[in-house]
Design a protein around this ligand. Structure first.
Ligand SMILES: NC(=O)c1ccc[n+]([C@@H]2O[C@H](COP(=O)([O-])OP(=O)(O)OC[C@H]3O[C@@H](n4cnc5c(N)ncnc54)[C@H](O)[C@@H]3O)[C@@H](O)[C@H]2O)c1
Ligand SMILES: [Zn+2]
Length: 378
């Protein structure tokens, strides 16, 4: 078991990562400060896979320690990007009221990034804040979304536009939970893994290049190496910059374009990681001109993204709609487009005021190439 620490001005907590972590969930949660009740928040498919295992680990550990486990009735809600809304947060908060959750309640969010982001936001706002433990069950959630305390929901106008920073009390990562994850969801997580390689870890990038076949086959040894490495990277970044005043911004590599793609397609066509995959292709091409990324490195980045599997084609949208979508992204400052761009593999920087003409040209190229790749795969 790896124990990785996050220390931010608002909270300190650990991420426990390793095979079988889920069977220790009960004892690890029992070691936190006492709660008046424990409330599981999850989605029906995730709970079907993980619920019984989790409940088994809670029995015996919590019972008898005066903590009520409201487990017989976990609060289940639909995940998927289109359910990451204010309405779902309201549904959860109301279910918590009905279940009798008070300020000393402890929420346990079990699921992918959508469950984690929504349950985390509910935890941040319910009675002005209750504790939450994350048990991430997708690759995206294990390496990224469960760590760092960003919670929130989408608005029709854009991705993640309402939310709060709310650090968890504990994060439990069990790579074995990924076994039931559908292939497309698994690959979606790999794009976020590739992101860590490009933004700051050449060794990880090389490993991914060399072992993609084994990784796609979910080789245990590879995953047990990759997952804690990404978690450590994220833990270090958010420990140094909880509120995204500086270094944390680097995690947005591929996300300016990716978020625009998700919102233009109404969160239905692309999985989050897939949109980020295309976002990194666009970032690499922009970077060749904007930050003098070498063409050789840009090609390696693109090749690695394509090696993780097929990406859905990008529908044609007029440049004006792309630009409007990118301007409503949180990263925009004073209406000027801001991108995180690689300088070389393992190093990125934030670039302001990239010319709209260049952005439009790159989007056109990426969209055309995406269509061509799609045809080639038929
Ligand atoms: N808060 C952050 O810092 C942060 C970082 C990265 C991504 N995100 C957010 O995370 C979201 C994407 O998360 P995601 O990719 O995990 O998608 P998701 O939460 O929608 O889950 C994907 C699908 O996999 C299913 N699933 C989950 N675990 C499973 C398992 N073990 N076995 C079988 N099926 C399982 C779910 O039911 C769902 O249908 C996006 O909304 C993104 O914005 C947030
Ligand atoms: Zn992301």
């Amino acid at each position: 078991m790896n124990t990785i620490s996050v220390e931010t001005p608002s909270a300190s907590y650990t991420i426990e990562c390793g095979r079988g972590a889920i069977s220790r969930a009960g004892s690890l949660v029992a070691s936190l400060a006492p709660a008046s009740g424990i409330y599981f928040l999850s989605s029906p498919p995730v709970w079907k896979h993980c619920g019984p295992l989790l409940l088994r680990s809670f029995r015996g550990n919590i019972a008898g320690k005066s903590k009520r486990v409201a487990a017989a009735n976990p609060v289940l809600f639909r995940d998927g990007e289109q359910f990451k809304t204010m309405r779902t947060v309201e549904t959860l908060c109301r279910a918590l009221v009905r279940a009798g959750a008070d300020r000393q309640a402890l929420l346990v969010a079990v699921g992918g990034g959508v469950v984690g982001d929504v349950a985390g936001f509910a935890a941040a706002s319910y009675l002005r804040g209750v504790r939450v433990v994350h048990i991430p069950t997708t690759l995206v959630a294990q390496v990224d979304s469960s760590i760092g305390g960003k919670t929130g929901v989408n608005l029709p106008e854009g991705k993640n536009l309402a939310g709060a920073f709310h650090q968890p009390a504990l994060v439990l990562v069990d790579p074995d939970l990924l076994r039931s994850l559908p292939d497309r969801q698994f690959r979606s997580g790999l794009y976020e893994v590739i992101k860590y390689g490009v933004l700051g870890d050449r060794g990880l990038f090389d490993f991914l290049e060399n072992r993609m076949t084994q990784i796609l086959a979910r080789d245990r040894a590879s995953l047990n190496w990759i997952i804690p490495r990404c978690i450590s990277a994220k833990a270090a970044i958010v420990s140094g910059d909880e509120r995204e005043a500086g270094a944390r911004e680097s995690l947005n590599l591929g996300h300016t374009f990716g978020h625009a793609l998700e919102s233009l397609t109404r969160y239905r066509r692309f999985l989050h990681g897939e949109a980020v995959g295309w976002g990194m292709v666009a970032a690499a091409r922009l970077a060749v001109e904007a930050t003098r990324l070498s063409s050789a490195d840009a090609r390696r980045i693109e090749r690695l993204i394509y090696a993780a599997g097929p990406l859905p084609a990008i529908p044609a949208f007029p440049a004006s709609r792309w630009l409007a979508a990118m301007r409503s992204d949180k990263k925009t400052r004073a209406g000027r487009l801001r991108f995180i761009l690689p300088r070389k593999i393992g190093e990125v920087s934030a670039v302001d005021g990239v010319s709209e003409k260049l952005v439009g040209r790159v989007i056109g190229n990426v969209t055309r190439d995406a269509a061509r790749r799609r045809e080639g795969q038929r």
